[in-house]
Design a protein around this ligand. Sequence first.
Ligand code: ADP
Length: 255
Amino acid sequence: MSIHEPLELSHGGFDTVATAIEIDQRQVALGEIASVLVHEIRQPLTAIATNGQACLRWLEREDIDRVKLHSVVGEIIKLAYLASETADRIKHTFAGDALPFGIIDFRAVVDEATGIVRSECDDERIDLITEIGVGKLPVLGDHIQLRQVLLNLLANAIEALRCASATKKVITVDIQIDQGSLTASVSDTGPGIDSDIAHRIFESLFSTKASNMGMGLSISRTIVQSHGGRLEASTSAQGGARFAVNLPRAFVTDG
Ligand code: ADP
């Protein structure tokens, strides 16, 4: 059943039990879309609000730093586009549209995602260390979806550190290259993944946070698997959490 198909009701009521079930299923589908949408859009919207507030503070000063202001307004516009692209992807995913995968630069994806959360990390006094190297790293996939995976992992790391008593709050993002694959990992110095729940964290709607929905890791793993890759969790060298996205490399020949 597509959620776009119109349901025909006779006399304004449920015609049959089958119709009632169909409506139930459609409501579940709509609920799922709403949860995914809220989850994925919240982050860019929060970043837009943080940047907007910074602009207002700067505008109140006598010596307005126009260059800084210009760059933050540019960032706000970028984030607004990102939110709109993400919403568009979600719409296509739920409509069952096959995404046209192309050769993309995975290093650029990781770079973009870390760039988006950098001001949030600064606000939270989190050191965001990127060891991602330089040069193109081709993979076959969808830039927006993979960026969303990285953003989900970074959002989780920020949340883990926000509540943590860790004296040194650090997130490290690195990229390792093997013969046939690439691994981008996001490690934090937070409390790590509780061993009692480690086997459940990739389940849809599983969350240990009061105000969260528990969709991020399940969506992320689905996206990575649809790219022929793996998303795995472990303990970081500093005892926090480490999430690794492993993807097959694409080999492109010039010309
Ligand atoms: P949500 O963030 O909405 O709870 P996720 O699917 O992203 O949903 O994560 C599921 C659960 O995995 C979290 O509630 C948390 O318990 C655990 N988790 C995820 N990332 C981390 C992390 N970096 N450190 C510790 N626990 C984590």
